[in-house]
Design a protein around this ligand. Sequence first.
Ligand SMILES: O=c1[nH]c(=O)c2[nH]c(=O)[nH]c2[nH]1
Length: 290
Amino acid sequence: MSSIVLGPNRYGKAETRLVRVAREGPVHHLKDLSVSTSLSGDMDAAHLTGDNAAVLPTDSQKNTVYAFAARHGVGEIEEFAALLARHFVATRPPVRHARVEIEEYAWNRVPGGPPHAFVRDGGAVRTCVVHHDDDGSTTVVSGLKDLVVLNTTASEFHGFAVDAYTTLQPATDRVLATAVTARWRHAGETASYGESYARARRGLLDAFAGTRSLSLQQTLYAMGERVLAGGPELCEVRLSLPNRHHLPVDLSPFGLPNDNEVFHAADRPYGLIEGTVLREDAPDAGFAWE
Ligand SMILES: O=c1[nH]c(=O)c2[nH]c(=O)[nH]c2[nH]1
């Protein structure tokens, strides 16, 4: 019989919810994050013998998130994630690699309200994953999720393969809707993350709105291409696009026409279109996507 060995492993505190209020007199600023830390390295003993000497408790990792927010403030999520990742690798020798993932929930000021009143932004959640390794390298992937978009026309789907189980009718004018998850890899270790986020988000929306779509696959490529066109600092985009089907309701039993006006917004199942768009000369991704 072959012997059994321990494979890759990592551990950390998932989804530490951090809200940081920065006060400039009566004007307050709000950061609302979910921070997940994950450490790996010389930790085999914890799994194999129960020796926890190398294990920095996940509770300590959570405390570090809060302490760093107090001590350093929170700027761009990528910078806060890198600060944490480097700290764990630098201060705990058994930790050879740190992965920090952050989601940011945006808040806007209440229009006309006092400078301490906020309303949660209904738009996308901003995301990042930063890896730092004890060889000194850092990788940064930024992105967004839950960016819900819909075109009421300019979407077609026909010419598809037909087999014994195909019932779908070709569509020359359909509703196209999706909730975009997009992640983009930075070629370097530092960037103007706020600016590149705004550019990438704009590019995603422009490409979705401006593409006469023959499929969600084609729209995916257009969106990825547009993000990369925003600047050389981004080298690879990964997109996940659920096809939120809008099915025309058959109103003929009621003697009513339905000229592409009344739809059932189906929940599930949904098509899931996923793909990567990258520069041919993109540097090696290493562990960036892990
Ligand atoms: O844009 C689409 N791509 C597909 O692959 C597909 N498959 C399907 O049933 N509807 C659609 N729409």
